[in-house]
Design a protein around this ligand. Structure first.
Ligand code: EPS
Length: 381
């Protein structure tokens, strides 16, 4: 069994927490790295006012002793600093569901008369815990030289130039600006688009590309539906708030091509295999093929808009306008960090499945001893 994780906590409750089970013992964990990832999630042009209140930092509550995992479940806690502003308040029940939010269906399902009880848990605040958990997975992957990064490819219909530069350079450049777009001219256009969206009292969606480098061949499996890595990655990405579509490689472009034009032909030079293209996004038959793993996620605009949408009051059934609650305006730059976290968790799970081991030492021994019959792949990073 690989990695399992659970999160708990409401947006305006005292804290968020998580349990990550299945990490091998002996893995050094940097709390600074976790907190760095948490702070990356907090920044980005278009974030809401809540991010000015919070200073997300993780407390380790179990499973790590003197900075090293001991094989036990890892517990983590992130306090909600905003809690003190809410704990003594009793806001009136929320009775107008936001179209596009979980409010209506969630309250119907759980028989809740105050729709706030749905929003409290449906809030993307929960993703802070996914990022903390994902940071543990990222640190395991780093032991095997696997890197996961991301960048924004479009926001509000403004599409970025995607020059074919090395992925590590794309990550570094995207990290250096507040919209996480690696092409400077495109970053400026996208920043202006976000500004215009906010001026219109609107929210905006977009697309994020998340990439993993240096993956061994053969993570996942072609043998059964629930072991296929593409399905597992898609599920993990789709579980992120507002993600409504996932593309592996250039799936939609490939769908318009003829068969011979949609594959990545295989060549060999000096005994090493290589490809000239990566249309499949690093996955064939549900397995990694040694190429960079390239995943796209399409995120719809957040449902909580300053300009109200039409709804009804569930108590009277009368027409009513949605009542604005504080939220992000354009969440796409921030969401990059969340897609990375979910991809790290799935890949760490797949690495443990392939190489196993109760300790990092055992896992590394399996990894080092693994000697596939077919020759190395020269992966273009
Ligand atoms: C978020 C915290 C939330 C929202 C946002 C993300 O806090 P609050 O509701 O107090 O402003 O700002 O959540 C959403 C966008 C959403 O739709 O739920 C966070 O920590 O990321």
């Amino acid at each position: 069994m690989g990695i399992r994780f659970l999160t708990a906590g409401e947006s305006h409750g005292p804290a968020l927490s998580c349990i990550v089970e299945g990490l091998p013992a002996g893995l050094p964990i940097s709390l600074e790295q976790i907190n760095h990832d948490l702070s990356r999630r907090q920044t980005g042009y278009g974030a809401g006012a809540r991010m000015k209140i919070e200073r997300d930092t993780a407390q380790i509550t179990g499973g790590i002793v003197n900075g090293v995992t001991i094989g036990a479940p890892v517990g983590m806690l992130v306090e909600n600093l905003d809690w003190k502003n809410w704990k003594d308040k009793a806001p009136p029940p929320q009775t107008i569901p936001r179209p596009g939010h979980a409010d209506l269906a969630g309250a119907t399902k759980y028989d809740l008369s105050d729709l706030r009880m749905v929003g409290e848990r449906a809030s993307a605040r929960e993703t802070a815990m996914r990022v903390a958990a994902g940071s543990l997975a990222r640190q395991l992957l780093a032991q095997f030289n696997i890197i996961v990064g991301s960048y924004v490819t479009e926001i509000g219909g403004e599409i970025a130039e995607l020059a074919e530069i090395p992925y590590t350079e794309r990550f570094a450049r995207a990290e250096a600006n507040d919209v996480r777009v690696y092409d400077d001219a495109s970053a400026e256009k996208i920043r202006q688009r976000i500004y215009a969206i906010m001026q219109q009292k609107e929210t905006g969606g977009g697309v994020i590309e998340t990439v993993a480098l240096n993956l061994p061949i053969g993570l996942g499996s072609h043998t059964h539906w629930d072991r296929k890595l593409d399905g597992r990655l898609a599920q993990a990405l789709m579980s992120i708030h507002s993600v409504k579509g996932v593309e592996i490689g250039r799936a939609f472009e490939n769908a318009r091509k003829l068969g011979t034009q949609a594959q990545d032909e295989i060549f060999a030079r000096d005994g090493k295999l290589f490809r000239e293209t990566n249309r499949a996004g690093g996955l064939e038959g549900g397995l990694t093929n040694g190429e960079p793993l390239v995943l796209r996620a399409a995120l719809k605009p957040i449902a909580t808009t300053l300009t109200p949408t039409r709804s009804i009051d569930v108590t009277t059934r009368d027409a009513a306008m949605m009542i604005y609650q504080r939220s992000d305006l354009v969440h796409i730059p921030r969401a990059c960090v969340i897609t990375e976290a979910m991809v790290c968790l799935v890949l760490a799970d797949a690495m443990l499945e392939k190489f196993g081991g109760d300790s990092l030492r055992e896992m590394r021994a399996h990894f080092d001893a693994w000697n596939p019959t077919w020759p190395d792949v020269t992966s273009r990073g």
